[in-house]
Design a protein around this ligand. Structure first.
Ligand SMILES: *[C@@H]1O[C@H](CO)[C@@H](O)[C@H](O)[C@H]1NC(C)=O
Ligand SMILES: *[C@@H]1O[C@H](CO)[C@@H](O)[C@H](O)[C@H]1NC(C)=O
Ligand SMILES: *[C@@H]1O[C@H](CO)[C@@H](O)[C@H](O)[C@H]1NC(C)=O
Length: 353
C-alpha cells in the first residue's frame, strides 16, 4: 500500500484536483483511492490527451510515478537554468508536465527532453523497487553469463527499456496535432530518453575468498538524474535549428532537416532541435510565454549570465540592504557556561528593475 502523505507534495503541485479529492477522503491509502476512483481522478487531471487519459485509467498506479518523473524533470530544469534570463518558468497553459512554452525554441526543446527522460527514469526506478505492477528488474539480464568478459548477470538490473517504452507511450501521446511542433517535440522527447539510455551504468561485485574475483556478478543501474540534466544542458547549448519538410501528398510535415543546408541533412537523434528563435526573455510577454526578469536576484560583480548587467537586460537593479546578526566568538567558561558576542554584518542583495 502506498501511503498518501509522502506523495502529497507532488500531487498538490501537479494535480491540484486530485489533491482535493484525496484530502476530502483523508487518510485513505492512495492505492485504494485510486482503485475506487481511477475514472474520476483521471478525468480531473488537467491537460491530458485522450490517450493519456486512457493510460491513466488502465494504470492508475503509474500516474503517480509519471507525476514524480515530470516533477523531477522540472526541478532539474530549474536547477540548470537558475542563473539564466529564462529560469524554466513560463506563462501559459498548465499541464501534467508543468507549463508549456508556446514558441518552438531551444528552451522548449530542453523542457521536452528533460521531462521525457524524467518519466522514463522514475518509471524504471519504481519498477526496480517493486512499486509498479507489470514490471520489475530486467529479466533478460538474469542468470546469463557474459562469455567474453567472464561475469554473470546478477542482482536487479534496472529495466530501462520498460521505462523508456512507458515514457514513449505516455509522454508522446500528448502530440495530437499534425504540425511542425509535433515533429520537434517528438524528436526532443526521444533525445532526452536516449541521453538516459546511453548513461546506464554497469555495477559489479566480486565474490571469492579474501577479495579475489573468482566470480563476478554485474547489473545495470540508472545514472543520477543530475547527470542527465548536465548532458541535456550541453545539448541545449548546441541545439540544432531545423525546419520541416512537407514530403507527402497532403503536404503535412513529414520530417525535420537541418536549416540552411541545401541537402536533406537530418539532425542526429541525440541532438536537441528547435524550429523558432528564442525570445530574449527580458520582459514579460504572454505571447511567447516569457515571464521577464523583473524582481530576479542578480550578482552585481559577476560578468556571467547571473550578473545584474546581463540578467536585468540593462534596466538596472535595486539594492536591498539588511543586517545579518549571529552569535560569534563563543568561549567556554569554567564551569559551566558559554559566553558569546553578537556579530553583525551589513549585506546587500540586488534585484532587477
Ligand atoms: C517506492 O515505494 C516506497 C514506499 O512507498 C517509497 O519510499 C519509494 O520512494 C518508492 N520509490 C519510487 C521510485 O517511487
Ligand atoms: C523565475 O523568475 C520569475 C520572474 O522573476 C520568478 O517569479 C520565479 O519565481 C523564478 N522561478 C524560479 C524557479 O526561480
Ligand atoms: C558574484 O559573482 C562573483 C564573480 O563571479 C563571485 O565571486 C561571487 O561569489 C558571486 N556572489 C554571490 C553572492 O553569488
Amino acid at each position: 500500500m502506498i501511503l498518501f502523505s509522502s506523495r502529497s507534495v507532488v500531487l498538490s503541485v501537479y494535480y491540484p484536483q486530485i489533491f482535493l479529492i484525496l484530502t476530502s477522503g483523508s487518510y485513505l491509502a492512495l492505492s485504494s483511492v485510486v482503485a475506487l476512483g481511477a475514472n474520476i481522478i483521471c478525468n480531473k487531471i488537467p491537460g491530458l490527451a485522450p490517450r493519456q487519459r486512457a493510460i491513466c485509467q488502465s494504470r492508475p498506479d503509474a500516474i503517480i510515478v509519471i507525476g514524480e518523473g515530470a516533477q523531477m524533470g522540472i526541478n532539474e530544469c530549474q536547477y540548470q537554468f537558475r542563473y539564466g534570463r529564462w529560469n524554466c518558468s513560463a506563462l501559459g497553459e498548465r499541464t501534467v508536465f508543468g507549463q508549456e512554452l508556446r514558441v518552438g525554441s531551444r528552451e522548449a526543446a530542453f523542457t521536452y527532453a528533460i521531462t521525457a527522460a524524467g518519466v522514463a527514469h522514475a518509471v524504471t526506478s519504481a519498477c526496480s523497487q517493486g512499486n509498479l505492477s507489470n514490471c520489475g528488474c530486467d529479466r533478460e539480464k538474469q542468470g546469463y553469463y557474459n562469455q567474453e568478459e567472464g561475469w554473470k548477470w546478477g542482482g536487479c538490473s534496472a529495466d530501462v527499456k520498460y521505462g523508456i517504452e512507458f515514457s514513449r507511450r505516455f509522454v508522446d501521446a500528448r502530440e495530437i496535432r499534425k504540425n511542425a511542433r509535433r515533429l520537434m517535440n517528438l524528436h526532443n522527447n526521444e533525445a532526452g530518453r536516449k541521453a538516459l539510455e546511453d548513461r546506464m551504468k554497469l555495477e559489479c561485485k566480486c565474490h571469492g575468498v579474501s577479495g579475489s574475483c573468482t566470480t563476478k556478478t554485474c547489473w545495470t543501474t540508472l545514472p543520477k538524474f543530475r547527470e542527465i540534466g548536465y548532458i541535456l544542458k550541453e545539448k541545449y547549448n548546441d541545439a540544432v535549428h531545423v525546419e520541416v519538410v512537407r514530403a507527402n501528398r497532403l503536404r503535412q510535415p513529414t520530417f525535420l532537416k537541418v536549416k540552411k543546408t541545401r541537402s536533406y541533412q537530418k539532425p542526429m537523434e541525440t541532438d536537441l532541435v528547435y524550429i523558432e528563435r528564442s525570445p530574449n526573455y527580458c520582459e514579460e510577454d504572454s505571447s511567447t510565454g516569457s515571464v521577464g526578469t523583473q524582481g530576479r536576484l542578480c550578482n552585481r560583480t559577476s560578468p556571467h549570465a547571473d550578473g545584474c548587467d546581463l540578467l536585468c537586460c540593462g534596466r538596472g537593479y535595486n539594492t536591498h540592504q539588511y543586517t545579518k546578526v549571529w552569535q560569534c566568538n563563543c568561549k567556554f567558561h569554567w564551569c559551566c557556561f558559554v559566553k558569546c558576542n553578537t556579530c553583525s554584518e551589513r549585506t546587500e542583495v540586488f534585484t532587477c528593475k
